[in-house]
Design a protein around this ligand. Structure first.
Ligand SMILES: Cc1cc2nc3c(=O)[nH]c(=O)nc-3n(C[C@H](O)[C@H](O)[C@H](O)COP(=O)(O)OP(=O)(O)OC[C@H]3O[C@@H](n4cnc5c(N)ncnc54)[C@H](O)[C@@H]3O)c2cc1C
Length: 333
């Protein structure tokens, strides 16, 4: 059993805490503000696999969700469902047909999802899943706590106690918390946190904006994906339109231009949404690396692991990231 300090109470930090507490490590999680207060609470909750690692992580959800719901007493609203990727040009149709999934012609497309734009030349039907991210993150933290993990909200990591090639502990305003292992999962703030240990992690913030629409009596049963955007029908009857990609530094406020783009996308995919009302708009900062791939690895300080850079897929990839961190720690026993 090792003493592990996890820095960051987003989905990656909480999934790591959950997994390590299952493996009987003694976990302390430090969150500067509140759990799921950043991108992990802002996310739409789509679990749509594209790369093989996405599919590997998606396959871990049923067991993880069952365990976490049992240990936390919470419902994370996980559902497996179908989604539609419509094409509006011949080039889009050709590219989508190559991606796989069942191709449906315009008539069938309209039959299964009445509200989708009749100008679509057809669509690919895909299998994916979906959950409610703030619930998922809190459930992961509660499940960890039920196994003895200490979850400290309002507690920033402010530095490290380093001796040679190892970090002996994490500094907070309350003092130093001793650790055998440290995991930095601070999203786009990982760079600033790691720099205080002399480690440069190339990760930056990318703003994504979302809008929640009240569609009135309009019915949309499946998520609709097009280009980088999507419409996601939620269990409470709202439809979430997302998600922009912008370089805004650490500014996570929604803008007129970003929300206008989402409303335009909503009308393109489902024209009748022109009559929907706007419930809420918000934004979050995704952690992005230069090559767009996550970093889950030990650093030059041998017992300090970095877990970040999950970009648009952090909710989907959280179980895999947690397993990768556990593997590094358990292999070193
Ligand atoms: C609009 C939008 C929609 C998205 N939709 C989806 C989706 O549908 N599906 C999907 O899979 N992914 C989605 N994503 C991506 C996903 O949200 C992110 O990849 C994921 O949340 C990143 O999680 P994280 O734990 O690395 O970072 P974060 O959620 O940013 O968590 C990092 C935490 O570290 C804390 N922290 C920072 N510094 C310190 C410190 N010094 N001490 C202690 N704590 C600190 C922060 O307060 C924060 O809570 C979306 C993202 C956005 C913005």
């Amino acid at each position: 059993m090792s003493r592990v300090v996890v820095i960051g109470g987003g989905v990656i930090g909480c999934a790591v805490a959950e997994r390590l507490s299952l493996d009987r490590h003694q976990v302390t999680l430090l969150e500067r503000d509140q759990l799921a207060g950043r991108a992990s609470g802002a996310a739409a909750g789509e679990l749509s696999p594209a790369r093989p690692s996405d599919a590997q992580s998606l396959a871990m959800f049923p067991e993880l969700v069952a365990r976490v719901e049992k240990d936390s007493g919470m419902n994370v609203e996980f559902r497996v469902q179908q989604g539609l990727k419509p094409a509006f040009t011949d080039d889009e149709a050709a590219a989508l047909k190559k991606e796989g999934g069942r191709w449906v012609d315009p008539a069938e497309c309209r039959k299964i999802e009445h509200a989708v734009n009749p100008d679509a030349l057809g669509a690919v039907l895909i299998e994916h899943a979906h959950l409610t991210p703030p619930r998922f993150v809190r459930a992961l933290a509660r499940a960890s706590a039920s196994r003895g993990a200490e979850i400290c909200e309002g507690t920033p990591a402010t530095g490290f106690d380093v001796a040679g090639h190892r970090a002996r502990g994490v500094r907070t305003p309350d003092g130093i918390t001793a650790a055998d292992w440290i995991v930095i999962a601070a999203g786009p703030w990982t760079r600033e946190v790691a720099l205080s240990a002399g480690i440069d992690v190339e990760v930056r913030p990318q703003r994504g904006q979302l809008a929640a629409l009240d569609p009135g009596s309009l019915i949309l049963r499946r998520s609709v994906f097009w280009s980088n955007g999507y419409l996601v029908p939620k269990g409470d009857g709202s439809i979430i339109a997302g998600g922009t990609e912008e370089d805004s530094g650490f500014d996570d406020r929604p803008t007129v231009e970003g929300i206008a783009r989402l409303l335009e996308l909503s009308r393109k995919l489902v024209p009748a949404l022109a009559a929907a009302t706007l419930q809420r708009v918000w934004a979050g900062l995704r952690p992005v690396t230069p090559d767009g791939r996550p970093i889950v690895a030990a650093s030059t300080l041998r017992n300090l692991i970095v877990a970040t850079g999950h970009h648009r897929k952090g909710i989907l990839l959280a179980p895999l990231a947690a397993a990768q961190v556990a593997d590094i720690i358990n292999r070193a026993k």
